[in-house]
Structure formats: structure tokens, C-alpha cells
Design a protein around this ligand. Structure first.
Ligand SMILES: C[S@@+](CC[C@H](N)C(=O)[O-])C[C@H]1O[C@@H](n2cnc3c(N)ncnc32)[C@H](O)[C@@H]1O
Length: 274
């Protein structure tokens, strides 16, 4: 049985209030398929019954589970390949040269999902820039989802996950096989600090960043929240730092204080000089 438009509206509002993510009109089937397992586990006959419970009660664990189920968390190691090539070939050599005196680099993976993005950055640093192992390199990874942060911290991936984006060489070097799972090695996991952060709220206590990864998350926000997030990025990014967005995302016509930079096939952004 399909959910009513009133139920759909309720879910849409709940998701927006908690995460600022927008659910387009054509996502009725998506809502049903994501919420069906929760309805089943609660021994409810339908998703409509589940939504009735959500509507009848104040915020509780069921609401939290429903929100977690509706968040899109698709990710993989070295996603899109070219941004990581740009980092390796151009951006990190440039930043390492500029930061020699301070011997410090701050990197933020701001919607890290299950951890593949910040771990890819940490692996890339270890693999290609061992000369900065003695530096003060901070890789902060954040997400709104507690579930995703839990998975990120555990760093235990199945075959499909390690086979998406990782070469066999990198998999064997940076993961230990444990039965049918692969555990990220402590030398990599200890370089990443995870924390919960809602991008659409005020960001506190983050250091000025050399690199910000804000990939495949702006796409879910409305224009007001996209502008707010990019405004805060501008306050946090160092004047010569770089911002990476997802392949389908841009700052163009949203915030003109960024300029577009191309490194071979990779596109990233930096602050326009005043
Ligand atoms: C599609 S994943 C992208 C993961 C990774 N950045 C990548 O490109 O592979 C989107 C992530 O954004 C997170 N997210 C959604 N809304 C958020 C918000 N308001 N604040 C912080 N993270 C959010 C989700 O929990 C999810 O893990």
C-alpha cells in the first residue's frame, strides 16, 4: 500500500528539520522502501502505520532510526579518482612547500559517510608524502549521522566496499583481512578524528583549513542552506586552501566568492582574491 501525500509530507518535513536534506516529490517509493524494514522490525503492518506512530509521538529512537534510514550515504574509496590525482600531483606538493615552516596541515572531510573519503586522504598521504609523517597533520572527518560515524570509527569494510576504488595493492597494504571483512590498519585510522557535525548549523571549534572536502552533500540542500554552508566554508578555508565539491555540485551562481580551478580532469575551488 502506497503512503498518502500527507504522510509523505510529514516525512519530508521531519527529514528537513533534522538534516536540511530535501526530498523531491518523486521520492515516495524511496521513502517506502527505506522505511519498510523499520515497519517490519516494529511488527507494524505498513509504512503508513509507522508514520502514524512517528506523528503521534515526540522525538524518540524510532524517529532517529527513520531519519538514519532516509539519509543517502553512498560513498567509496578514492571516489571520482581525479580529485585525488590532483591532490597527489599538484595540490599537496604546493601546500607542503608553502607550509614547510609551520609543518602543519588541516584537512576536513565534512560529510564523511562511512569513512572511505577521510581514509582515502590518509592513505594517499602515507603512500605519497611520507616526508610529512612528522608534521602536525590533522584530518577531521564529520557527518550528521551517528550510524555513519560509528561505522567510520570501526573502519571494517566488506569485499564490495574495499573493491570499490581501492587497488589490490592498497587494500593489502592498508587493511587486514578478518574473515570476510577488511579492517583499516591503526596507522591509518589513528590519523583521522571523527566528530558529529550538522553542516547546516553553526560550526564551532574547527581550525582554519588547508583542504575542505564537501562532496556529494550540497546536492541535497536547498539554495538557502547551500549559501549558508558555503558562507561558513569561506570563513574556514585558508586564503590559499582548496575546496572540493562532488561531481554534480558547484559554487557557480550560488556563491561568487569562489573561483573554479582545474587540475587536469579535476575541478576544485578556492577563494577569489579580493
Ligand atoms: C552521499 S554521502 C557523501 C559521502 C562522501 N562525502 C562522498 O562524496 O563519497 C552524503 C553524506 O552527507 C551526510 N549529511 C547529510 N546531511 C548532512 C548535514 N546536514 N550535515 C552533515 N552531514 C550531512 C550524510 O549523512 C551522508 O553521510
Amino acid at each position: 500500500m502506497s503512503i498518502s501525500s500527507v504522510d509523505f509530507e510529514h516525512i519530508r518535513k521531519l527529514l528537513y528539520e533534522k538534516t536540511s536534506m530535501i526530498l523531491p516529490d518523486n521520492k515516495v517509493y524511496f521513502v517506502e522502501s527505506r522505511l519498510t524494514p523499520i515497519a517490519n522490525s516494529e511488527k507494524l503492518n505498513s509504512v503508513s502505520q509507522l508514520i502514524a506512530q512517528l506523528r503521534a509521538n515526540p522525538w524518540n529512537d524510532l524517529h532517529k532510526r527513520a531519519i538514519e534510514a532516509l539519509i543517502t550515504t553512498e560513498t567509496f574509496f578514492f571516489r571520482d579518482y581525479y580529485p585525488f590525482e590532483a591532490l597527489r600531483k599538484f595540490i599537496l606538493p604546493e601546500l607542503i612547500n608553502k607550509r614547510k615552516i609551520d609543518s602543519s596541515l588541516n584537512i576536513w572531510s565534512s560529510a564523511c559517510s562511512s569513512g572511505q573519503e577521510p581514509y582515502s586522504i590518509a592513505i594517499l598521504l602515507q603512500e605519497h608524502f611520507p616526508q610529512i609523517n612528522s608534521w602536525n597533520v590533522s584530518i577531521i572527518a564529520s557527518d550528521i549521522s551517528e550510524e555513519m560515524l560509528k561505522l567510520s570509527r570501526i573502519g571494517n569494510y566488506n569485499h564490495n566496499q574495499v573493491n570499490r576504488g581501492l587497488s589490490v595493492y592498497l587494500r593489502n597494504k592498508y587493511f587486514q583481512q578478518q574473515g570476510n571483512k577488511w579492517q583499516i590498519i591503526p596507522e591509518i585510522s589513528r590519523r583521522v578524528q571523527f566528530q558529529q557535525l550538522n553542516l547546516c548549523k553553526i560550526w564551532n571549534n574547527l581550525p582554519k583549513m588547508d583542504l575542505i572536502f564537501l562532496r556529494n552533500v550540497l546536492i541535497y540542500f536547498d539554495i538557502k542552506n547551500k549559501r549558508n554552508v558555503l558562507f561558513q566554508v569561506r570563513q574556514l578555508l585558508k586564503p590559499d586552501g582548496y575546496l572540493f565539491l562532488g561531481g554534480g555540485e558547484t559554487t557557480v551562481n550560488i556563491d561568487d566568492n569562489f573561483e573554479y580551478v582545474k587540475f587536469e580532469k579535476a575541478i576544485c575551488y578556492r577563494l577569489r582574491s579580493k
